[in-house]
Design a binder for this molecule. Structure first.
Ligand SMILES: [Zn+2]
Length: 276
């Protein structure tokens, strides 16, 4: 029996991503604030379609917007770890990274009564310590790497990469990697961003992104009997009207094509149960 799983994931960064980049003046902060509006719309949409999704929420968002986060948790979604601050682990010392894991989990525990099973690094950049730290802190999976498109795999620890040497791969660990991709992330497609020397144009028509996203699922159904595809959305990005309609159309088209929607922790466990 073919089974094609879709994980809808929402990175509820709100203000934290702007603060981590030093953008603390009123307009960028208001841009993050819109995430709360978007989150409410997304929760309602998922409820209408009976979908359990995964929300990666920084501790900063949980503590700043307790009511909005409670509304997400109370509708049954998986709450996963996305740092306490939104600073990527690659820019932290090992001690800072571990402190953020502990503090973020404490916020999630207060919200849901349990630690996170899943982790996604801010800006998708892991440190050399992340995999080991996630295992030490009892995580089931990470969702920050791009080594496959529809198959989870075991994350390695101890890779050594040097410019003039062949790659030296570390050993696979127990940590399950639920791969992602920038092409299946709403942010680079849609979000106009300007800072010193960099302009990310974004603002693409949603219908074109919808076609890309649907086709990646369609392709998986053609080449695999079992697979999982992960879409990454940010409430302050996808929460705008034309993009919310795109998300709804995507859900409808995927469902019509036989998609099974699942929270990421359940997809990870299902993959592991196959003995992989
Ligand atoms: Zn984020």
């Amino acid at each position: 029996m073919a089974r094609h799983i879709v994980c809808l994931t929402f990175d509820f960064d709100a203000l934290s991503g702007f603060i981590a980049r030093g953008l603390t003046s009123p307009t960028p902060i208001s841009r993050g604030e819109f995430g709360v509006v978007g989150a409410e719309r997304i929760v309602a949409l998922l409820q209408r379609h009976g979908i359990r999704a995964t929300w990666f929420i920084p501790g900063h968002t949980i503590e700043t917007y307790p009511d909005a986060c409670r509304a997400v948790a109370e509708t049954g979604h998986e709450i996963a770890h996305h740092g306490w601050t939104h600073v990527p682990p690659a820019n932290l010392t090992r001690e800072q990274e571990e402190a953020g894991l502990v503090r973020g989990n404490a916020a999630i525990r207060r919200l849901t009564g349990q630690d996170a099973r899943g982790y996604r690094s801010p800006s998708w950049d892991l440190s050399p310590h992340t995999v080991e730290l996630l295992l030490q802190h009892g995580f089931l999976y990470d969702s920050s790497m791009m080594g496959h498109d529809y198959l989870p795999y075991r994350a390695r620890s101890g890779d050594r990469m040097a410019l003039e040497e062949k790659a030296s791969f570390g050993a696979p660990t127990r940590l399950i990697e639920m791969p992602i991709s920038w092409s299946l992330d709403d942010h680079p497609h849609f979000e106009y961003f300007r800072s010193d020397g960099i302009t990310l144009p974004g603002l693409r028509p949603a219908a074109g992104v919808l076609e890309n996203w649907f086709d990646d699922f369609d392709y998986m159904t053609r080449i695999a009997n079992w697979g999982v595809i992960t879409y990454t959305c940010h409430p302050y990005v996808i929460g705008r009207g034309h993009r919310m309609l795109m998300l709804e159309r995507l859900i409808e088209r995927l469902a019509a094509r036989g998609a099974v929607f699942a929270a990421m922790e359940d997809a990870a466990r299902e993959w592991a149960a196959q003995g992989a």
